[in-house]
Structures are given as structure tokens and as C-alpha cells.
Design a protein around this ligand. Sequence first.
Ligand SMILES: Cc1cc2nc3c(=O)[nH]c(=O)nc-3n(C[C@H](O)[C@H](O)[C@H](O)COP(=O)(O)OP(=O)(O)OC[C@H]3O[C@@H](n4cnc5c(N)ncnc54)[C@H](O)[C@@H]3O)c2cc1C
Ligand code: FES
Ligand code: FES
Length: 1360
Amino acid sequence: MGEKKVTEEKEETMKSKTSLVFAVNGERFEIDLSSIDPSTTLIDFLRNKTPFKSVKLGCGEGGCGACVVLLSKYDPLLEKVDDFTVSSCLTLLCSIDGCSITTSEGLGNSRAGFHAVHERIAGFHATQCGFCTPGMSVSMFSALLNADKTHPPRAGVSNLTAAEAEKAVSGNLCRCTGYRPLVDACKSFSADVDIEDLGFNTFCKKGLPCYDHTLSSQVCTFPEFLKKELKSLVDPRKYRWSSPLSISELQSLLGLENGVSVKLVAGNTSTGYYKEEKDKKYDRFVDIRRIPELTVVRRDEKGVELGAAITISKAIEVLRENESVLILAKIAAHMEKIASRFVRNTETIGGNIIMAQRKHFPSDLTTILVAAGATVKIMSTGSGVQEQYTLEEFLQRPPLEAKSVLLSLTIPSWRPVKNGSTHRAGPEHSQMKYSPLNTHLLFETYRAAPRPLGNALAFLNAAFSAEVSLNEAGDGVVVNDCLFAFGAYGTKHAHRAKKVEDFLAGKVISDEVLMEAISLLKDEIVPDKGTSNPGYRSSLAVTFLFEFLVSLTTKGLLNGEYKEPLKPEALLSSAQQIVENQEYSPVGKGIEKTGAKLQASGEAVYVDDIPSPENCLYGAFIYSTMPLARIKSIGFKENRVPEGVLGIITYKDIPKGGQNVGTKGFFASDLLFAEEVTHCAGQIIAFLVAESQKLADIATKLVVIDYDTEGLEEPILSVEEAVKKSSLFEIPPYLRGKPVGNINKGMSEAEHKILGSKISFGSQYFFYMETQTALAVPDEDNCMLVYSSTQAPEYVHRTIAGCLGVPEHNVRVITRRVGGGFGGKVMKAMPVAAACALAASIMQRPVRTYVNRKTDMITTGGRHPMKITYSVGFKSNGKITALDLELLLDAGLSEDVSPLMPSGIQGAMMKYDWGALSFDVKVCKTNTVSRTSVRAPGDVQGSYIAEAIIEKVASYLSIDVDVIRKVNLHTYESLRLFHDKKAGEPTEYTLPLLWDKLAEFSGFNQRVKVVEEFNALNRWRKRGISRVPAVYGVPMRFTPGRVSVLSDGSIVVEVPGIEIGQGLWTKVKQMVAYSLGLIQCGTTSDELLDKIRVIQADTLSLVQGSVTGGSTTSEASSEAARICCDGLVERLLPVHAALVEKTGGPVTWESLISQAYQQSINMSVSNVYTPDISTGYYLNYGVAASEVEVNILTGETTILRTDIIYDCGRSLNPAVDLGQIEGAFVQGLGFFMLEEYLMNSDGLIVTDSTWTYKIPTVDTIPRQFNVEILNSGHHKNRVLSSKASGEPPLLLAASVHCAVRAAVKEAKKQIQTWSNDNREGIDLSFDLPVPATMPVVKEFCGLDVVEKYLEWNIHQKKNF
Ligand SMILES: Cc1cc2nc3c(=O)[nH]c(=O)nc-3n(C[C@H](O)[C@H](O)[C@H](O)COP(=O)(O)OP(=O)(O)OC[C@H]3O[C@@H](n4cnc5c(N)ncnc54)[C@H](O)[C@@H]3O)c2cc1C
Ligand code: FES
Ligand code: FES
């Protein structure tokens, strides 16, 4: 009876429910299910249908964290809310039915009050461009919320430990800050840290703003109204999205009409990797996460059974509950390195296994589960038959049919060991106690990946189990049984090295046996053809097998000789040293960045956050995949125009009078679209316009371009070919590198020479978190308003006018803020804005685009690759007498800014006194995407070239490289010789001072000795330490400005500089407050700060804006504003004097302005800053020392410590400058250590996603990161004595690369000692490539280092 009632009620509610109901930031949303396309993602919905724009799109593939939101689920039985982060770019909207979403603006905002997380991010200066910050805020909030949920923390702090705080943001990418301040902000909540120990923050003196964990729970992640609506259910048969509640419901759904395409969905995260899945059309989506059989968790004596729809996070939790069973703990620990927390929270174990089974995904899970002997339960939904397989068998079977379901996975309990002991042996085998009676089970997992904490696929993963016991004599370990699984190395499935297993069974482990096993293994672990770094991957297999077994060798066991390499797990720490200046206060103070809290809450508006005007259309670029080919036609597959597409715009559509121009830059103009012939892969051919961005992006994949290469020459794809064919760009004489001194004389004075040595560099992608974007709105009378995310609105403006064929006054470009530029939004933003303007003009409708990450990576180019050949002459003490250098620079297809490169390269190289220098650069035109400025363009390569040469000389002479550096540092006289007037006054040359100060500050000399000792004691880990100087020349540019005072005393400032995260607005505000404060009315400069607003750049309001770049825009804009303020002060002083006389003073700012208004005084001043010969150029100086530890078995580098000392003059804002220094350094780290921007043989970029392009993350930065800003006193030609900080510190990251080289050299020396006759020719003067990725480092340490060691060991034994 009761049962019937329940069924009736269920039917009743099922009937009534026709829509999705959920909450966003406490607001109820209801959407008719029949109106939803089930492939709609949560981010699509949030950004397009709600006002909550804090959710940013950075990658669309789960790799960056910009889109992270908090998802809360209510369990009515337990009356408990589960809160966890998810990536909204992978989460399907329909899957959040009954859930509540909280975005960063939902945590707090400018109207309701900011959350403590926002305040601390601002106070720790942990936001620059702000594009990553809302996602960071949500990740931090979630960590705090969950830490403090079960038991309340002490007042004012959180239970979150410092270690957990560090991990809280480990999956979120930030390209600006360098992470240190973000981690500090998060750590500031932890009870186990002292605020004073955290890096520079504005709370040190004032005291932290209060954190009350109860307020976090007041954020109301799950509103009451939603709890009441949970009971209703959706009729699973009625809509394209269904969530069956039982296996039988699932069966009936899958058994529906034949021919209906059905997609089973769990977390949907697979679409981050298999992006084509996003575009596929399915008739039905079946969400399997509510079926009890798929969410089961069962533990019994047989093992642990986990439903296939259990998330990886949940699985980790379950396995950790059995922490005493070490195999489960090991599996859980390995699982924590899969993806990042916000992906693990939704991705399921079943989804992972199916991806591996059907599509050969390089899974971690399957490898470790194969080694654990896991089994899977499969059900064919047609027959309902359930089958059980070992996971290993299952992986080998044909791909699982679309309508079959993986129900669960079981990790078996390990069989009882031989002697009946219940002991489950763990990995601490080196500490195990052996007795003849004892048999032990060992289990260990391994992975080598570019990021230690996850969010990177493994080069190879492995998991091993073995049952071992002591042999009868008690002097050796016998392998009774073993299982070795390897995966992700370019194999279809996790692979068991059975030959090795068979060979080892019954053997006593010895070096000889190991050698034999390794040789068998090398035949078994062979990556599939086409896999990158095959040799490295195979060597990792050897490494891991060795690590697992070596402690069981007689020698290892009895002598305890082998020490498992211990990774330094030290937490990040920092000791920032800031001296605030009071002289020009508030200039010189480390005040909070303007708009920091708005950025954290996500209220700051970027171009793509501007609501779409009515009728807006969306564009997507179509680019060439051929390097040189005729474009015969452009059409769609099967000639079918996809839904929602309005047209494809090519050069033929450019209006009469307009030009096919996509950039009007410094040198030549460049095309917007390829014309009859495309000249490089990645060149823009057309702009497709559709009704939504999603439709436009999908439609571009359906475009078919018919190419023809007949009669065309071969494309030029290398600088050598370019030189051969004289395909070169002209360098204007004033930009050509100048020789210094007499090279022949210098060479003749040399006692030694190195001739014809070579260095080469690849490219680097900007990786701004906000990709290229623009919105064009047609206006009356053939005018066009364009919002562009650009560093050069003036140039965008000119380009659009040229393209449309209208006078420049018909165009207006507005830029408020840019979500990261790094040079990439100077030239490369122009075609994006021009294409939108052109489409808008043709269609007479607003047109916008937000370029997807892949297209952005393929079409924008990046840093210039180059090849260098040099000859250097030097004395026996290392003093260099002459350097002759030839450089071939790959500019790609067009000139862009390439002619500027030689002077940048040469300028940075001239940090040393080369005696004489001759310099020949060829700027090669190739059929590759045009290269452009990327933060410190040319300078970073130039600075590194200098280091590579110094290192070579040191190796040649066998003298410590630090000594060679010191010997060749400039005196002031030689500095003058090389840099002429840029060298400034003798007192301004602070590099020697910094050099010595750094040694003291970092304890450099003592640490060199400690490193030596470490290297003598450790076989598999080597350390290196290196100190590197940087000299960076910057030009100042003509800069206009305008300062206006409104009638209420509020102040509006217009400068042409764009806020790209570098703190320009903050510095300008400080300057205006200081300058207007000189009136000395009753309102202080500090009070004036709050009255100032720097507004967006508008090319019709302030003309001649030029470019934001070259590091000096902040100071030039500040100076322009200061000059304007001088004008205002001049006008206001008499008014002030008269008022004081009349009232007796003091006079408030408001009454002063009110009086000025009454007297009709012009309260707006425009003026320009024009640098002269003495102020136009100057040099910046910095020194860094880095210490690294290299794991020579895996090639992994850990940066143990970096100390930087940087001369900022008198910093305008030391907090902002510190952020610039750290951020630039970490970006440089990416260039030197991680980032490979690779092309295929046609020149098409192939590292085009977060899966393949790895920028630094929180776990790859220096564990200890100390920066000191030197306040180098008065510089009369500088803006209030200040100096630039945006780009120069990037060069200092070379210190890491040099330290790695030193460590690798130690590894090589060690191998030399293993050579049995000690004469093996090992080159110690090697050049380590840039970037020194894990495979590169391992290759240089020796792919066969393990074999060499064993051979040596065996040989030694024989001889004794
Ligand atoms: C940024 C990122 C990084 C990652 N890094 C790693 C990593 O380092 N190592 C690693 O191993 N993995 C990694 N992954 C992969 C991740 O583990 C998988 O994407 C995830 O486990 C898939 O689970 P899902 O629930 O999202 O599956 P879905 O995307 O929902 O489904 C995947 C496929 O399996 C099917 N399917 C799902 N469940 C079942 C079932 N029970 N029965 C039958 N068919 C089913 C679906 O129809 C679909 O075809 C990463 C993923 C992302 C997004
Ligand atoms: S946009 Fe979702 S993770 Fe990058
Ligand atoms: S502040 Fe993090 S990406 Fe710019």
C-alpha cells in the first residue's frame, strides 16, 4: 500500500517536472528541458545567459582553472551539503539539475562586500591582469570551506594547513603573478603559518582583515528553496537529456528506437581531451551518475568495489579510509596526480577506463589498476548480461560497444602471503625486516610528468607489485612473483612486461639479474611510432624498474646502500624585501593595485564580458594548414552550410576603397587575409560569421579548403634555406647592431679561441589567459566603434580605418583592460579587431569574436626562433678579448616588429665586456607564422647567448664559471664604450654592487660548498647553483595625457597606456595624487588617491596613444599625468591662496574645486611627455642566483631556491614592481625550462593546447623565492627616480638554466668515473638546449645512466 503511494507520488512529480532547476549565487534558475541543447556547457550558460561573468574561458579543456566554480549538492538523507570545485567548461548544464553554483561574485562583491579571499588576494598583491583571479578565488574558497566544515577552526584562522593551501591552487594557471603571492594569500588563512613569514603584503603592519569561517558558511552555497525542489524527477524518456535512476531504466533508454545515437555521460571531462566530441551531435545524452549500481562503494574481504560513476576525488577519499592498506594508499596518492582537483571532482573512474579501452587514452588509472590486479564488471544493456574481466583482459578486448556499460571496478585484497602472515608489505622496502620465514608483498607506482602535482599527462607511468622473500642462505632476496605494468608511453594500453616478469620469477636479485631484466625490458617498452621522446620514455621504464628492484639487490639490501631518491617536499617560502619611499608619497608606497578586489570577485569587465548588443554575430578564423599553396576554393563539407552560419568573409569581400590590411604597425603593413596564395600554415584565410561563438567555432571545423601547390616553389621553412634564397627583411641602419672595438685586434690578443660554436632557440607562446578578442559595433554615418583587447589601440584604429577605407575619425577603439598581453596584443590584436570591424561593416550588425585557444596558438606566432654561430677569443684568466657573432633570426612571414630584434639582442648581450664585438644579424623571411614581440623580445635570447658563451669559456679553461662572469663584468668605462649614453652617470651603474650584494643576501659562496658536498654524497640527485647578471636597455616614448577635475572634486585621468596587469593605473593614480597634493590644501595626497579614476583608453579622446610595451609605459604615462597635474596646480594655486586668505584655511579639495568651477577655470589639462636625449634611454640592472636539484634518473628539475636583487631606482610602487619581477622571472622560467612551441614539417604549430603546452605552475616555481628591490637612490633623468620592472627580470631566469647545466655536468662527471677505464670521452663543455625539459635533461644526464652504473658495479665486483 505504502509502496503504491510512493510510486504514485513519484509518477505525479515525474509528470510535473519538465525543466531543470538550479541556483546560481543563490538565484533560482529554471529552464525548460525541451529548449536545451544537452551539449551546452555550464560556462556557456553562465557567460551567455546570466550576469555572472566572473567565470572566464581560458582554454575550454579543463587545463587552466579560469572557469572554476563551486558546485554544491544536497543529500536529503544525510541532510548534508557537498561543496566542490568543477571546471564549468567541461560540466554540462543539464548535469547540474538540483545543484547550486557559486561563482566568485557570489562569494562577495563590491555591492555586498568582498569576501576575505578577495581581500587577501588584493592585499597580497596576488592579482595582475586579473583574468585567472576569480577562478583562483573559488579554488581558495572551496579549500577553506571544506577544511573548516567538519570541525570549526580557531577564531580568525582556518584548519587548512599551509601544505594544503599550496595545493589549493595547484591546478589553476596564472601567467602574470608567478604564483608566490597567490600561495601566500591562501596560506595566510592557515593556522600553521605566521603572517610575518609570508611575502610582502599590505597586512603586515595593519594586521590581517578578519577571516571568520562562519562567514564562509554564510555564503550560502545551497539555498533552502532548492532543497524543496529536489524531490521532483524528470521523465527519462521525454527529453534528449535523461538521468535514469536504475539499471532497468537505463536499459530501456538504450533499447529505444534503433538508429538513435546515444551518448553515455558521466563527468564529461573526456571532451577536454577529445574535443571533437563536443561538436558531435547525439540524439540523446544519458547521465549515468544516479544509478545505484554505478555509485556503489563496497568493502569486504575480497577487496574494494567502486561503482564506475564514482569520481576520482571520491575514490581517493574511499581508498584513503583504508590507509592502513598501503596498496590502496599508494593508488590514492597516484590518483591525486591525475588532472587537477577541479577536474577530479567530476571525472569518474569509469570514464577514464573507457577512454583508455576505447580510444587508447594515456591513462594513469588503468596502469596502476592493472598492477593491482583490478577487475571490471561490464553489462551489455541489450541482453542485461553482466560479465567480469580482469582490467588487463578488458583493455585488450575490442572497444566496448556504445550501449554497453562499465558497472564497477574491484581492487582485490591481496592474497595472504606464503607464511600466512597478514602483513601487507608496503613500499618502505628498504626498511623492511626480512627473515627466512617472511614473505613480503611490495607495491609501488611511478609517473614522470612536467608538473609534479598533476595537470600534465605522464611521459610514462608504471606500477609494480612483487612478492619477495629472503633466500635460504639469508643473503639475497628472491622474487617469488611479480607484475610490472607500464602505460602512457605511446602504447595502446597499459602494458605488462611479461618477459621481465617471467625472467625474474624465482631469481635472487643481483646487479647481473637487474641488468638482464633491463635488457629484456628495453625490448618490451617501445613507444609506438610517432610518439615524442621515445628514447626518454623507454629510459624511464628502466629507471622505475631499477628504483623498484635495486634495494633488493644483495648490495642494496645488506649495505642499505641505495637510498630512494627523496624529493624535496619543502613548502614554498619567500623573503621579499621592500623599502617604501616617503619622499613623493603616495608615490613609492606599496599600495594595493587599483581594482584588485574587483578582479578577484570577477566584476572587472574585459572585452568579452561586455554584454552582446542586440543582433550580435560571432566570428571565427579559418586559417591555412599549408605553408605555401594556392587557395582554389573554400567551402563546407558536402556543400552543406552548417546551422547558424551567415557567411565566410575573405579578402574579396573588402569594400571598395578599403584595403586587405590586418596590421599597420611600425614597419610594413600586413595582410588581413591570404589572397590567392597562402604563404604559411596558420595564416588567416577567412572569417566565418555565425549566430553564436559556439556555432562559428564548430563550423570552421567543417570548412574544406581546396589547395593546389602546382607550379609553386618549395616553401622556406628554415633560416638556412631563407639565407640560401636571400629571403631576408631589411633592417633599417639605425637598428642594426653596431660593432664595438676592433674585432681583429681583440682576436689577436686572445690566448685561446673557440671557433664556430652554435646555439639555437625555439619559440615561446604568450599564453595570456584571455585570448584575442574584439567587439565591433557599427554606428551612424559609416562609423565603427570597436572594443579591442589590445596593447596598441592607436594601431588597431589605423588598421581598421585602412581596412574599411574610411577616414580615421570614423573609427573609435576602446580598451579598458587586457587579460594579459606580454607583447601578444600589440600586432596580433589588430587583425582580430579588423576582422570584426569588417564583418560588422559588411553585415551592418555588431560582430564579436573570442578566439579559441587552439586558433590563438596557431595564428599568433610568438617569440622569434634563432640560430647563432659565434667565435670567441679570451685570455687564460678568462677575460674575453673578442666576440664575433652571426645570428639568423626566423621572423616568419612578415616583418612585424622583427627589425627591432637585433638591437634588443645586442643590448642584452652587452652585459659583459667582450673586449671587441662584431655582430651580424639576418632577419629571415620564412613560410611560417609571423613572429612578434614576446615579453623581453630579443633581450632574453641575447642575455642567454652571453651566458652560453661565458659557460663555454669556463668549461674550456676549467675555471669556475662564476669567476669568468665576474672577470668579464663591465667597469663603468667599458659600459660607456658598449652602451654609450644609455650608461648614464657612474653612480647609476649598480651592477657590481648588486653582484656583491646578492652573494651576501643569498649566502652564495657558502652554498656553493654545500652543493659540492651534496653532489659528492648523492648518486642520483645532483645540484647546481648559478649566479647570473642582467642588463636591459629601455627606451622612453612620447606620451600624451589628460587630467580633468570634475565639479565634485573627483578626478579623471586619461593616459594612452593600457592596464595589462602591470599596475599602470595604480602608479598613475599615485603620481596624480602626489602631484595635485603639492597644492597642499587641507586634503592630503593619500586622501586624494580615492578621488582619482584612470579611465579606459579611447582613441578619439586621447590621440597618439602608440603602444603599451617596452616596460616603460607606466612611468611615461605617470610622467604625462604629472605634467598635466602641474598645469592644474598652476591654475589652482592662486585660487587656493585667495581662499586661504579669505577663510583662514585650511581649504578642502572639494571647496577649492568648487571655487575654481565658480571662476570658470579650465579644470582639464592635456599635455605630453617628450623624452629628450638624456631621458630617452637607460639601463636596468639585476642579478639572480638559483639553486636546482636534478633527478638524473627522470630528468626532473626542482628549483630549490632563487634569490633576486633588482635595481628599481626609486620604485613608484614596490609592491607592483615586486609582482612584475616575480611574474617576469617565472615566465622566463617557462621559456628556459618548460615551454615547447613546436611546429610540424609544414610549419603548423602542433603544441596548440594546455595538454601539450606547459607553462609554469605553482609546483614548478622556486621552492624558496627571495626578491630584494634595491632602492638605488636618486636618478635625475628618471621619472621621480624610478626604473622599469616589467620585462628585465625575465632575463634572470637564465640562472635556473645555468644551474641545471651545472648539475648535469656533475652527472656527466660521475658517469665518467663509472667508465671502467675512466677515459670515456664525455664532453663537459656541452650546450644544454633551451628549454631544458625533462627529456632534454635526462638525455644529457645519460639515457642509459642506470645501465652504466650497473655495468660499473658488476665490473667492480669482479675485480675485488
Ligand atoms: C585537464 C585534464 C587532465 C587529465 N589528466 C589525466 C591524467 O594525468 N591521467 C589520467 O589518467 N587521466 C587524465 N585525465 C582524464 C580523466 O581522468 C578522464 O577525462 C575522466 O576520468 C573521464 O571521466 P568522465 O566521468 O568525465 O567521463 P566522460 O567524459 O563522461 O566519459 C568518457 C567516455 O566514456 C563513456 N563512459 C563513461 N562512463 C561510462 C561507463 N560507466 N560505461 C560505459 N561508458 C562510459 C562516455 O560515454 C564517454 O565516451 C585528464 C582529464 C582532463 C580534463
Ligand atoms: S576554461 Fe575551463 S579549465 Fe580552462
Ligand atoms: S593575474 Fe593571473 S593570469 Fe593575469
